[in-house]
Design a protein around this ligand. Structure first.
Ligand code: IMP
Length: 427
């Protein structure tokens, strides 16, 4: 009956893909519960290196049923391409299923994501321009088209006609661009429907059956807590909840079914897109981390902003998710630095504060208060036992545990599955 939720604890890109791929070796089901193809989960395993945008990272374990939950917005073209690419590389996708309630990304969502960003000019959010925000906006506005709708072509035509009439007014009258053709969009989505029909299910029943069989189920989050539309740096956030609460909604299970909540933290911080990031390093150290860790967006290729570990933000993220344990990833990257800094509080207008403000104007003014620790200055990617880590690396981890008040379950020291140190049991 155990369910482990794997949750991004910072601004996304924490390495959730690796953690899910690794834990999936022992699981029977993995449910991706939020976001869309704005996510890019990198997995390196015996099949090779993969960048998954929609398909759960458990797809490589043959016993795992993979579900794209109702909380995900699906671009069918991206999903079909991902299935094809996996099949071409010898990965079986016959155990992949899609919730009939998952909303679809439509061509106008992608167009509007770009047009809205351009209209914001200097205040652009820095979205991935995949149409994810407009698709979630339509879900809330009751203007969405869901995966299950593809199965009834007649009803789909009526639904699409109504919505496209409205969207074309926005496209032509507000943004002055060409309208989309109803027939073209319709025939394209009918084709997608034919291709995806075998995958579409009422997935909450499958989830319940797995839970009743007491199988290990993983909930795979996308993005990170600080991009949550409620608790993140609004409006510089994503549009669906990456929190464990989003896991309940986006997979279709109650909170009491979740046994463990694993927060995935990078050993430092990164952020891609706009918005406050108090520990950002706009200097040589930031550049060094970026180049060593190849911190460039998986989906967009944009350089990620790099900075020191922010324990104030991490404590906040732990509180709103109730993490029972932490996975610390990319610890190996810090191995060349002579000293390491951890942000333990913020200076705001001469006062010290220890909380992550809900106001971006306040966060922009916060100056990090750092604690300095000596670096271990040694490679650690070959190490598999916690005790074998250099003393200074263990000191760094112990300090993170203390500051975040969360035990470290596992440490990642490289991209491969085996480059993992299990410190304390997750379950
Ligand atoms: P959107 O989700 O494409 O609307 O983008 C909104 C914000 O979330 C932007 O700052 C993006 O860079 C960020 N974002 C979205 N998905 C990811 C992700 O998977 N990793 C990191 N940042 C992301």
């Amino acid at each position: 009956m155990p369910v482990i939720a794997v949750i991004g604890a910072q601004w996304g890109d924490e390495g959730k893909g690796k953690v899910v791929d690794l834990l999936a070796e022992k699981a029977r089901m993995v449910v991706r519960f939020s976001g869309g193809d704005n996510a890019g989960h990198t997995v390196v395993n015996p099949y090779g290196e993969f960048k998954l945008h929609l398909i759960p990272s458990g797809i490589f374990s043959s016993q795992v049923v993979c579900i794209i939950g109702n909380g995900v917005v699906i671009n069918p073209a991206v999903l079909i391409d991902e299935v094809d690419q996996l099949n071409q590389r010898g990965v079986d996708t016959t155990k992949l299923f899609i919730s009939d309630r998952a909303h679809l990304i439509m061509p106008y969502h992608i167009l509007l994501d770009g047009l809205e960003e351009e209209a914001r000019a200097g205040k652009a959010l820095g979205t991935t321009r995949r149409g994810v925000g407009p698709a979630f906006a339509d879900k809330a506005a009751r203007l969405g088209i869901r995966t299950g709708d593809l199965l009834d072509k007649e009803a789909l035509m009526e639904q699409l006609r109504l919505i496209l009439d409205y969207k074309n007014i926005i496209l032509t009258k507000i943004y002055g661009v060409s309208p989309l053709s109803l027939n073209e969009v319709y025939s394209q989505y009918c084709q997608y429907g034919e291709r995806l029909a075998p995958y579409v299910r009422e997935t909450t029943i499958m989830l319940e059956e797995a839970l009743n069989r007491e199988e290990l189920v993983l909930l795979e989050g996308a993005q990170g807590a600080l991009l949550d539309p409620d608790f993140g740096t609004y409006p510089y956030t994503t549009s669906s909840s990456p929190l464990v609460g989003g896991g309940c909604l986006g997979a279709g299970l109650g909170p009491t079914r979740i046994s463990r909540i694993l927060g995935v933290f990078k050993a430092y911080c990164t952020r891609v897109g706009s918005g406050p990031m108090p520990t950002e390093l706009k200097n040589e150290t930031g550049n060094l981390i970026r180049e060593q860790a190849h911190e460039y967006g998986t989906t967009t290729g944009r350089p990620r902003r790099c900075g020191w570990f922010d324990a104030v933000a991490a404590r906040f993220s732990t509180r709103i998710n109730g993490f029972t344990g932490a996975a610390i990833t990319r610890l190996d990257i810090l191995g060349t630095l002579p000293t390491l800094k951890i942000c333990v509080g913020y200076k705001l207008d001469g006062q010290t504060i220890d909380y992550f403000s809900g106001s971006i104007a306040t966060l922009e003014k916060c100056q990090p208060i750092y604690e300095e620790l000596p670096g271990w200055q040694a490679p650690i990617s070959h190490i598999r036992e916690y005790e074998q880590l250099p003393v200074k690396a263990r000191q760094y981890l112990t300090r993170l545990e203390e500051l975040v008040s969360c035990p470290v379950n596992l440490i990642s020291v490289g991209s491969a599955r085996e480059q993992t140190i299990f410190k304390t049991p997750i379950l």
